[in-house]
Design a protein around this ligand. Structure first.
Ligand SMILES: Nc1ncnc2c1ncn2[C@@H]1O[C@H](COP(=O)(O)OP(=O)(O)OP(=O)(O)O)[C@@H](O)[C@H]1O
Ligand SMILES: [Mg+2]
Length: 252
């Protein structure tokens, strides 16, 4: 089982959106997935209840420092993946979750890089990792990237992260109305009406390729093992005719 936490002390950086996209996609592939909502606002939990994913996605929203390890222990035998949506608080739960994670994803807005919140979480991960003598894998996910933004702006952000030797997930989360609408309509991208939501196919492809990248990051062996089991249930890729990965926008 892989535990993936999503953290950034900066509010509104796209943590819950990334958590819900990953949980949707992993569950859609038939992977036994749990989503742990650690934010008091419980936006992810409300979405899971409204999305009616049934047994496809386990929801836990009573997570605290004193019970997180026990929750993970229970889930270990019955789940393939646990996604932890953390709040923007700088509290012990964030540090504890990071310490128990196989991967911590830190969403950072692609063009107006708010490095402060991200830097705080990344420093915290280093600290927990050093104190516990366990390496904690972490990576930045560029989030809310404008599909029309110039490649130069994004390259600058990537250069800053590269210089700090912070890995960046290859697929950014593009700014898409579908990613906002899913919280309002209460469905998943797969249940939305493509006639009513603009660029739904691109949004779905973005989510799929992001999930591929994250699975690869949690470990090739793990990912291939999971895929072997998931393939029969995996949906046909919805999206552009060519399976071009959603990467940085094309050069102008
Ligand atoms: N890729 C995206 N495309 C469109 N809207 C987005 C995207 N990512 C986030 N948003 C919107 O930005 C707002 C903040 O996103 P989100 O709730 O995911 O951030 P967060 O980091 O979880 O915030 P918080 O710190 O308050 O928990 C929401 O209204 C969400 O719908
Ligand atoms: Mg949130």
């Amino acid at each position: 089982m892989a535990v993936i936490s999503i953290a950034n002390a900066k509010g509104g950086s796209g943590k819950t959106t990334a958590a819900v996209l990953l949980a949707t996609e992993l569950a859609q592939r038939g992977l036994r997935t749990a989503l742990l909502d650690c934010d008091e606002l419980k936006l992810a939990a409300s979405w899971v209840r409204a999305a009616r994913l049934g047994e496809g996605l386990t929801l836990l929203d009573n997570v605290a420092v004193f019970n997180l390890a026990a929750h993970l222990k229970t889930l270990r035998s019955s789940h393939d993946h646990v996604i932890i949506d953390l709040s923007g608080a700088r509290d012990a739960l964030v540090a504890f979750a990071a310490g128990l994670s196989d991967l911590v994803l830190v969403p950072v807005q692609g063009c107006a890089m708010d490095s402060r919140g991200a830097a705080h979480v990344l420093e915290l991960i280093e600290l927990v990792s050093a104190n516990a003598h366990v390496p904690i894998k972490r990576a930045v996910v560029l989030s809310r990237v404008n599909p029309l933004v110039t490649t130069r702006a994004l390259r600058n952000v990537k250069a800053v992260l590269d210089a700090a030797r912070i890995p960046v997930v290859g697929t950014p989360v593009i700014e898409r109305s579908a990613f906002r609408d899913m919280f309002e309509t209460g469905g998943t991208l797969y249940s939305m009406n493509g006639g009513r939501v603009s660029n739904l196919d691109k949004a779905i492809l973005n989510m799929q390729v992001l999930a591929d990248d994250v699975l690869r990051l949690v470990g090739v062996e793990e990912a291939s093992k999971i895929w072997a089991r998931a393939v029969p249930a995996a949906p046909a890729r919805v999206g552009l005719p060519s399976p071009a990965p959603v990467g940085l926008p094309a050069a102008p």
